[in-house]
Design a protein around this ligand. Structure first.
Ligand SMILES: Nc1ncnc2c1ncn2[C@@H]1O[C@H](COP(=O)(O)OP(=O)(O)OP(=O)(O)O)[C@@H](O)[C@H]1O
Ligand SMILES: [Mg+2]
Length: 317
């Protein structure tokens, strides 16, 4: 592994057994299919893709909240015991969710919620609460520790969730759509807070979002996911200027207002059901470049430049 590699996912997969169709026959839904990538120390790596493509499932596996069906996650070269919150890595990986209510107990004061991750480390109650108050002040909420989650706005609750995630000084924070539920003006404040906290405490972020504008603001590197598969990964500037995968191109023209829209790059057709993923390249039914080979063969990764790779039979044409 390179020196600055922090977290490595190797062929990480999650298959759900789901009943489908008239007879309720069980089928395997490949929510995440063999995702391999490296998160570097202190970076902010983006993960984008449409709803249901497997972003949260990938994030939850990394944080040990969901057991993978296959594959492994390593932190600093050591494989993590999977889906085990009591592992040696407890507290080194944290997650921030779209809805901060899900991580805040409505019956606990916010200081008690923020302090909770330290309990597993054996820190005494008073010390924990003092540390929580100090962290709340760092995220811009001084002197609020004795109040309850319902007394705060959505943006303030997300600040509390950020404070809670930072308490154990984690190496990695998976931010799963952390601003998607917030008003645009509040979104910017929370994104700035995440940047400030990264400067202060240097966690690496895996930043999940369906919004390329937000990901472009936050991330130096971006991965693109579609129907459970990673299709392209590259530095933000290269990707935004010369996206190689037709799916990345389509996402970009749909979301970046300043770009000239290339008619061919507009996403066509419906998102296929993940229970019946297309053969060959999963994107081929919606792809303007698709040819016969795309319906038959899964494209291999091709390297286009430093840290830039893509899975498309026609990436360079
Ligand atoms: N517990 C589960 N049982 C069965 N299927 C599941 C389960 N959790 C997720 N899925 C399915 O796995 C796929 C990926 O879901 P996931 O929530 O990871 O997507 P996502 O990219 O985070 O979507 P969104 O942008 O809407 O949050 C979806 O098809 C979803 O329906
Ligand atoms: Mg999700």
């Amino acid at each position: 592994m390179p020196d600055n590699a922090l977290l490595q996912c190797h062929k990480l997969s999650k298959f759900f057994a789901v009943k489908s169709g008239f007879l309720g026959k069980k089928r395997l839904l490949k929510a995440v299919d063999a995702a391999s990538f490296v998160l570097d120390k202190g970076e902010c790596l983006g993960l984008v893709g449409e709803s249901g493509c497997g972003k949260s499932t990938l994030g939850r596996m990394i944080c040990g909240l969901l057991a993978p069906s296959q594959g492994s996650v390593s932190l600093l070269g050591r494989e993590l015991p999977l889906a085990n919150a009591q592992s040696w890595a407890a507290g080194r990986l944290q997650m921030i969710f779209q809805d901060p209510f899900s991580s805040l107990n409505p019956r606990m004061t916010v200081a008690a919620s923020v302090a909770e991750p330290l309990a597993a480390r054996g820190v005494g109650r008073n010390e924990r609460l003092l540390a929580a108050d100090a962290m709340l002040a760092m995220v811009g909420l001084e002197g609020v520790g004795k109040r309850y989650p319902h007394e705060f706005s959505g943006g303030q609750r997300q600040r509390i969730a950020v404070a809670r995630a930072l308490m154990t000084r984690p190496d990695v924070i998976v931010c799963d759509e952390p601003v998607s539920a917030l008003d645009a003006s509040v979104q910017a404040q929370i994104l700035n807070l995440l940047c400030d906290m990264q400067e202060q405490f240097s966690p690496a972020y895996l930043f999940i979002s369906h919004d390329l504008n937000v990901v472009g603001f936050m991330c130096q590197r971006i991965m693109v996911m579609y129907l459970g598969r990673l299709l392209e990964e590259g530095p933000r500037d290269e990707l935004f200027a010369h996206a190689a995968h037709p799916y990345t191109q389509a996402l970009l023209s749909a979301s970046l207002e300043s770009r000239e829209i290339d008619e061919k790059a507009v996403l066509q057709g419906e998102l296929p059901s993940p229970l019946h993923p297309p053969k060959g390249c999963v994107f081929h039914p919606r792809c303007p470049k698709a040819e016969k080979i795309c319906t038959q063969e899964v494209p291999a990764w091709q390297t286009l430049g430093p840290h830039w790779r893509v899975r498309c039979h026609f990436a360079q044409s």
